[in-house]
Write a protein that binds this ligand. Sequence first.
Ligand code: MN
Ligand code: MN
Length: 460
Amino acid sequence: MDELRTKLFYEQKNGYDLIGTEERLAVEDYCKGYMEYLDNSRMEREAVVNAIALAEEQGFVAYKPGMALKAGDKIYKNNRGKALMLAVIGKKPLSEGAVIAGAHVDSPRIDLKQVTLYEQDEMAYFKTHYYGGIKKYQWVTIPLELHGAVVLKSGEVVPVVIGREKGEPKFVITDLLPHLAKDQMQKTLSEGFTGEGLNILLGSTPYADEGKDRVKLAVMSILNDMYGITEEDFLSAELAAVPGFDVCEVGLDRSLIGGYGHDDRVCAYAELKAIFDVKDPEKTCVCILADKEETGSDGVTGMQSAAFDCFMEDLCVEQGVSLRRCFENSFCLSADVSNAFDPLYPEVSEKRSDSKVNYGMAICKFTGSRGKGGTSDASAELVAYLRRLYEREGVVWQMAELGKVDQGGGGTIAKFMANRNIDTIDAGVPVLSMHAPFEVVGKFDCYMTYKGVLAAYADK
Ligand code: MN
Ligand code: MN
């Protein structure tokens, strides 16, 4: 009976039971690089700048339309400083398709409004407009840093980072003390904190003179000293408050990584490392770091933008190949995180189908909500291909579904790739506390996602 059971049943194993010492060391080594990348990439602009720096170390050069390209050439295209596309040209023509991996580098956060600075009762604040899907109560009374860019009237881009360096000040959104929270505690979690209530505390010292708004003036003059900006410059700025925790190992066994923005920089880094490590690929490999996924993938830097088609068309034109033919024969891993089964909240999950920490790269055949609404639903043929590939290449993976049926749902860039007539499937790292200021992932799954993307890039 045992033999028959082994033969007929599908059984999942904890990933740590499937790898040896050598691969355990590879997991640790890989995660060191990822933790450093994540720590310094708290906004899409920083994620792009850091990715370009890593890519240039690996011999990637900025692509210019009309550039003559041959197999093995490594190029990148920076889309407005907020999204990035990299490619390694394959031996086969693009008419046979490309192997694409697409992740996103934007994460939920607290954006500043354009008219943001104000003083109230001798305290200075920023007004904000949150970005992406957040549970607002998680963002109060935690250390925040200020990241982003101010674009001066002249067009000069002034990058802003305050709070990342040791010794720099942080910021905070305050909350009521429990002693006076009788009314607040009666509210639901979604009513307890409002969007307009998420105001960031900036300072409390008045400018040493007489007149109104003296604290605001003092704060503005510090910003003027630091960056040469005036209040009007906020109108053309993209600034955000992001969590001010350092990325760190979590747990006594150090098997987990805690930090802000694993969704989806954990997959972005996996793709980057994979495209750096692929050697002489048969098909052209493409790595996408997209923006605006958390707000629906709209806009010029989102995955619905023609920027991707434009880049791919340039490569196709150079080879005298039709873009549509290229897409028809391409394969895309939509590299995005999945919900990890959380033993503290089993009620929202269907245990057999949720992805689990330490069970490897999580492959999601479909996303969406209710009756699979809004999903691209990858074909069974595609799943079978990955089963073959990953068995051959020793990639530990698992099937994933986002919680119980009718419990909620979500989407990724997958459908926007699939709508281009590209065979696409979601795959990525399971995350605990997704979209929280401090998300948690398993090191093992980070490494296996890298290995999974590399296997796809390197496939003959
Ligand atoms: Mn995501
Ligand atoms: Mn997300």
